[in-house]
Design a protein around this ligand. Structure first.
Ligand code: HT9
Ligand code: FE2
Length: 339
């Protein structure tokens, strides 16, 4: 497909696949991040509720298989926090003679957790492999690519159709909350994580349920209680909607690309119970997963990067500035322990 690049690398978060993996996985995720032990114990229980198996790795295997069907490039897969670990994958790529790869990261947005941390982990994996490690270039943010927006929009439409007819229905878009200090440093001028999510929400709403009002709220808050994170939390928001006379909600997790643990626990379990307690009709819209349009998007992003001409005409629905390569100082991590 291209002479400039000789491999494609799928990079994801990673998740445990055995009860014994849960604690070491959580240690990898939270190393040096100031997450209180009470929160970790609580999250460990969420994983143990599913037998210690997060669905995310299998979802990556499924996506990998579908991506491989559409390209002649060898496709590799490495995670930030659990096996297959990026450093092992990059070592394998080196052994296979790979010189220059493109990386597709399973996060559509900018910001420290959503983008830069992946760049840092790719850099750390390359450093661990040494000077013979392949060059690895991350593909751009895809928050407004039709291959991401359209599957979310169809899912909203399909989910809505399962609610009882009539009623006062709202679409509630969710994404992973982040510390407000991290939100402030996201992107070249700050606020980019929220701005991109707001653009995605508007696009999904316009395509999937243009007649319904919508909100963008946050889920899966972590960190110590005294550190402010983006609000409102989805559960608090459902209570506010119920108090306002809303009778039903379609919850669409546009912050994510697959139905991993943050979706099946924090939404299908927690938010769904909150809605039940409030007497709200509740349905959760699916994520792209292996939707053929989402898989085709990956190939489109590769094509766009390989052909400079295509970079000038990106396949996209929004208007926020986009770039191929993040600048070095973009999205600095929030200072920890700062007053
Ligand atoms: C922006 C963002 C995304 C979306 C972008 C992307 O997709 O990358 C995301 C995705 C995910 N987050 C995930 C899991 C976890 N996130 C945690 C903790 C944290 N997430 C944060 C942010 C994000 N997280 C932050 C700021 C923290 C605090 C600690 C820190 O500053 O880093 C913790 C620690 C325990 C806790 O929740 O406190 C866990 C277990 C899984 C895997 C699910 C599975 O296993 O199926 C996925 C896809
Ligand atoms: Fe997370």
């Amino acid at each position: 497909m291209s002479e400039a690049y000789d491999a494609l690398l799928l990079v994801s978060f990673g998740g445990p696949e055995h009860p014994d993996d849960v604690l070491p996985f959580l240690a990898n995720v939270t190393r040096g991040r100031g997450v209180p032990p009470e929160r970790l114990a609580e999250v460990a229980e969420h994983y143990q509720h599913f037998g210690g198996v997060s669905p995310i790795n299998q979802q990556c295997r499924d996506l990998l298989r579908e991506i491989e069907r559409g390209t002649d490039l060898p496709v590799y897969w490495g995670n930030r926090n659990w096996h297959p670990m990026l450093a092992d994958t990059v070592a394998q790529m080196r052994d296979d003679g790979i010189k220059r790869a493109l990386a597709f990261v399973t996060s559509a947005y900018g910001g420290y957790s959503a983008c830069r941390q992946y760049l840092e982990d790719i850099a750390a994996a390359r450093a661990a492999v040494g000077p013979s490690a392949p060059v690895i270039e991350k593909l751009r943010h895809f928050h407004d690519h039709p291959g991401f927006v359209e599957p979310h929009a169809d899912a909203v439409r399909a989910a809505r159709a399962t609610l009882p007819p009539g009623g006062n229905v709202r679409v509630v878009f969710t994404a992973h909350s982040i510390p407000t200090s991290m939100a402030a440093t996201a992107g070249p001028d700050g606020g980019r994580y929220e701005a991109q999510l707001d653009e995605t929400a508007a696009l999904v709403s316009a395509a999937g349920a243009p007649d319904l009002p919508w909100d963008l709220v946050w889920q899966s808050r972590s960190g110590p209680p005294h550190v402010p994170w983006l609000e409102p939390d989805v559960n608090d928001h459902l209570a506010a909607l119920a108090a306002d006379g809303v009778t039903g909600v379609v919850v669409s997790p546009i912050g994510f690309v697959s139905d991993h643990l943050e979706v099946i626990w924090d939404l299908d379990n927690e938010a769904a119970s909150t809605a039940k307690r409030l007497g709200l009709d509740y349905v959760r819209a699916a994520t792209p997963g292996t939707d053929p349009r989402f898989v085709a998007m990956v190939h489109d992003l590769v094509r766009e990067r390989v052909n400079a001409a295509d970079s000038a005409r990106r396949s996209r629905l929004g208007t926020l500035p986009l770039w191929d390569t993040c600048s070095l100082g973009c999205c600095p991590p929030p200072r920890r322990g700062a007053p």
